[in-house]
Write a protein that binds this ligand. Sequence first.
Ligand SMILES: [Zn+2]
Ligand SMILES: [Zn+2]
Length: 602
Amino acid sequence: MVKRLSILTLLVMFLVLSAGISAAQDPLVYTVAMTEAHTKLVSQSPYVSPTPSCNASLALDAKGPLAKFVVGVSAGHKSGSYIPRHNLYAYKITDPSAKGPKKTVLIQTGNHNTETTGSWSFQGMVDFLLSSDPRAGWLRRHGEYYVYPLVNPDGRFTARGRGNPEMLEKGILSGSGKSDHNRVWNRQGQGLSTIDALTAAMQKDTGKKVDYYFDFHDGSEIKIPFYNTVPDLMDSPFSQAMIALDVEITPHASNGDPGMGRIWGMTKEGLNSKFACTPESAPKHPGVDVNMCVSWGRYYGIALYNTLINELDAFVYSPAITEEHTQIVARNPYVTPTPSCKAALALNPKGPLAKFVVGVSAGHKSDPYIPRHNLYAYKITDPSVRGAKKTVLIQTGNHNDEPTGSWAFQGMVDFLLSSDPKAVWLRRHIEFYIYPLVNPDGRYTRKGRGNPEMLEKGILPEGGSCDHNRVWDRQGEGLSTIDALVIAMQKDTGKKVDLFFDYHCCGGYFYTVPALMDCPYCRAMIELDVGIPPKASDGHHGMGRIWSMTEDGLNAKYAFTPELNGDTVIHCLNVGRNYAIGIYKTLNAPVRKKEPALITTH
Ligand SMILES: [Zn+2]
Ligand SMILES: [Zn+2]
């Protein structure tokens, strides 16, 4: 831990120092020396190791502190403008303690000599992968990242043009006769020092089986960042994930030149990459600076996380994922513990989320073994806005095999914390009380609808089925989750809830009682026309949604059970977002004539 913190501190210092040193000339400069300095820093991380091709090239007898990360040496240039020979570096990022199949991701930069904002974005992606962000931890457990931090160092040394003198002298040029290092990746074996060494290294390191390939560039006139990819990949999961992130970066279709890294990478002779793109950073973006370029790279890491978790864990949403997501949102300035969290401090909870604990589940000693789980709660609101606010309660995780509901829940929470103007408005006018996993012992088993504690204590609905969403009216009978959560929800909301949501699977609608089918929220959702209409059901008296509307429950005025279908995580996240937009449409609607205020303030 100490070691990791010091590396993070050094990374920050490096960022500040390198930005400061260079400010006198071009604040966005990224030299060969800066690549070496950054590689030195990351090489101290326990998640960074040499690649197989580094070990193979030890015969080169490379010198310096980065000797074990060398995969080749550039030609340099003797006469005319002098260029020293440069080491070509490679390293691997992964969590070595996580075994099992991992995705293969290749990241490179530095084809073109003046494209320094591309190098800053490259650094942003690498720093994200090595960060303490829980998503980065997940990416390190589920991926191997082969990193080539500067593929044309001789060119970068000159800080001009797109090739290098060796290419001109050996006549290894683009189809139109230009010296361009990103038009010759298919020219392996012709004697160009960088291409020969790097293509051999990349093929050896990845076994020619690459899942995702990124080659960071920029363009001198670009105002908005984007990435080029082939037309067939415009609708790929990664592109969908990037669009769903809702940042400026969008895919752009381009067939490219056969000698481009991204095109060569997708060929059989290259790396058989399933996905390849060239991020293009934007040196002419209004307000561009190092931090902005770094954040663009970070977005590639986050979009990759959203893509891979979709590929690998689409229909899993474990208690560990709930904890990871809660840790991410806990850093947000609009997120605070609820009053009941403070009351639960007597439980002496442990871990990074201790202050968000409202109770602890029973767990189960054996057959099956289930660890005890913390029960979490948090509040989302804009604390700078005082005065009367509406109260919205959001929960999920009653049922054990309903991950789509949890993903939609996450989509709603992520939207509420976003910079979208509708989210800003919602935070100013509403206090959201969030209970991200109400039956963690059941979710841990991934099967059924209840948990062993319910069976052992006989806390079952009439008929005897073990169902955690039929016992919300059984507070005080000794069920660990219901007892703790009901008390927490009542204390947090003062038993005055305006809107109640309990996310489930499956369907393509949300349940509400017949009397509410024409309520403002249902009308807003029908008007939104996003394929999630209301559906009437009186339900069961022990359901969260029915209990919440009783005086003994939360006096909720409106209560809904979203029932999610979903083929992809991204689809579920978007559905959750639409449920939040529905709240905005309901509460921020223009006042209609002869209609009372939609919901009275208390
Ligand atoms: Zn370029
Ligand atoms: Zn359910």
